[in-house]
Design a binder for this molecule. Structure first.
Ligand code: HXC
Length: 515
């Protein structure tokens, strides 16, 4: 190599690393965003990034595209490590043609996805893009299609995670939409199929980027986003936390760490956290935090369908997926959104061998014509399906109420939960005492001298007879009745016995989950 060749090499390298140029980098910084290259530098363990396709650029012409050729073609791709574990990562570079996706840009992402899939490692996509590169027409659309195909192929094989750190518009949203977890920045991040301008032109509705597709909307209303963060560093920290629970692929067990909390620890606090009074609300977070190792619980979708909690926490070093009714929000009823949220979480855990623990305290399904018209039957069925189909170890504790359909749905033994416990105050019945007596003693109560007192007396009898865990235990529907303080050690003992669980499923192409 002569000096000219070395100079040329360095010149090309330096130009490539400048993306769309200093002016556009300054603009990106002024908008409060890091560049794609800076983001990769902050996310990965130092010195671990190996870049692919630095020299790739587009080959389109027309619309002045001949003069807009940049190395990377607006997406940085490669692999590196996070906490010592290999991940494949792409970061769209908004400084180059607005991070828009054309043929070459899309091919780079697709090739990276192939590598992640073949090598069994998580894929992390940093999205910051104006969507399909308009000048490249159908080639852009084709490239998206190739990505969507690969997202679907890798679903349940390697974890796929999308970070929305800028615009994500048009068909671009569907790759994140297929991935397992979507992170969004509180500011600067938007996801929508059609933007405010198009909406105004078509329907005359005026909406802002924020209300249409910002982080608050997607984390509280649409359920598209699983995590939000106030800034880029916080988002990366949350991602690292999530990855600490996940295996790299479906053939590798989830990462067990040496126990950091006493597996024999008693949990007497639970007796006071959960009120005796059946209808008194409380915060289920408090229960989970007492049960998991070191109180560490990573909640997934905390702002969406808050009547059910899902998330990751360890038991004696083993990652566990937790599903828990939340009596502190809408009394912990099951509704359409709660069913969707928990069913998807259960299926993720099952795909990646993460055992499930369910904490039951729910009055049942939410009554109302809105729910019926919007398809609670179809959505509630997803939750049944997800529990029934999951073959990972499944444990449950009934803390207080398990009424009606909710008793069956919430990881009952009838859906092949492996080991179910109940506290002494658990009420397992077709419905709550007050509702039940109004139906079965309607005439008697109506004609009583004091209908109120008659109803109360019948409710007391009903509670004594039915609303307890002993009848269910006598049928073998509950494996044991335990005191609240024994909850953690009993869960750990049961989990330990189930770690080598094998359960075969019938040969079939795939089931048909009600979508
Ligand atoms: C080509 C694009 C582009 C695109 C942005 N740019 N989006 N170039 N194709 N889709 C270019 C701009 O022309 C500009 O170039 C540079 O990127 C920065 O964009 P600005 O508009 O100046 O930035 P900003 O004001 O921050 O606005 C960002 C934005 C806006 C909100 C993303 O650019 C925008 O609305 N873009 C279009 C979004 C959209 O509707 N996409 C959907 C496409 S259809 P210069 O050279 O001036 O700096 C689609 C369907 C795919 O995606 C279906 C797949 C199945």
């Amino acid at each position: 190599m002569n000096e000219n060749q070395e100079d040329q090499y360095l010149q090309i390298q330096n130009a490539a690393r400048l993306g769309g140029g200093q002016g556009r980098i300054d603009k990106q910084h002024a908008a409060g965003k890091l560049t794609a290259r800076e983001r990769i530098g902050k996310l990965l363990d130092p010195g671990t990034f190996i870049e692919t396709g630095l020299y790739v650029s587009h080959r389109s012409s027309g619309f002045g595209m001949e003069d807009k050729r940049y190395a990377t073609d607006g997406v940085i791709t490669g692999w590196g490590k996070i906490n010592g574990h290999r991940v494949y990562v792409f970061a769209q570079d908004f400084t180059i043609l607005g991070g828009s996706l054309g043929e070459a840009h899309g091919r780079k992402i697709a090739q990276l996805m192939d590598l992640a899939y073949q090598n069994g490692a998580p894929l992390i996509g940093i999205n910051d893009s104006g969507g399909a590169r308009i000048q490249e027409g159908v080639d852009s659309l084709a490239a998206y299609g190739e990505i969507f195909y690969r997202n679907t192929r890798a679903s349940g094989v390697t974890p796929q995670i999308s970070l929305i750190m800028g615009p994500c518009a048009g068909g671009a949203v569907y790759s994140p939409g297929i991935t397992d977890f979507v992170f969004m920045l509180d500011q600067n991040a938007f996801m929508f199929i059609t933007g405010p301008e198009v909406i105004k032109a078509v329907t005359h509705e005026e909406v802002t980027f924020e209300t249409l597709g910002g982080a608050v909307m997607h984390s509280e209303k649409s359920g598209v986003a699983h995590f939000t963060a106030p800034d880029e560093e916080a988002l990366f920290n949350q991602l690292r936390w999530l990855l600490s629970y996940l295996p790299p692929n479906n053939l590798t067990p989830p990462p067990v760490i040496p126990a950091t909390d006493d597996p024999q620890r008693l949990t007497p606090e639970l007796k006071t956290i959960v009120p005796d009074e059946q209808n008194q609300p409380y915060d289920m977070h408090g229960v989970i935090e007492v049960l998991v190792d070191d109180g560490e619980f990573l909640e997934v979708q905390p702002g969406y369908a808050q009547n059910i909690l899902v998330g990751f926490g360890r038991l004696d070093g083993h990652p566990v997926g937790w599903i828990a009714n939340q009596p502190g929000f809408l009394a912990g009823v099951l509704d359409i959104d709660a069913a969707d949220k928990s069913a998807r979480f259960i299926r993720f855990c099952d795909a990646f061998h993460i055992p499930l623990v369910t904490l039951v305290d729910t009055p049942g399904f939410l009554p109302g014509s809105d729910q019926e018209h919007d398809g609670i039957i179809r959505h509630g069925a997803k939750l049944i399906y997800a529990y029934a189909e999951a073959t990972v170890p499944k444990l449950a504790i009934i803390l207080r109420k398990a009424y009606g359909g909710a008793y069956i749905v919430m990881s009952s033994k009838h859906l092949r939960s492996d080991y179910n416990l109940a506290w002494p105050q658990a009420e397992i019945a077709v419905m709550g005492p007050e509702g039940a007596v109004k139906i079965i003693f309607r005439n008697e109560i109506k004609t009583a001298e004091d209908p109120g007192a008659a109803a109360q007396e019948r409710a007391r009898q009903y509670r004594e007879e039915f609303a307890n865990p002993y009848l269910a235990a006598s049928r073998g529907y509950v494996d044991d009745i335990i005191l609240p303080r024994e909850s953690r050690l009993r869960l750990i003992a049961a989990l330990e016995s189930l770690l080598d669980k094998r359960q075969n499923t019938p040969p079939r192409k795939h089931g048909n989950i009600p979508l």
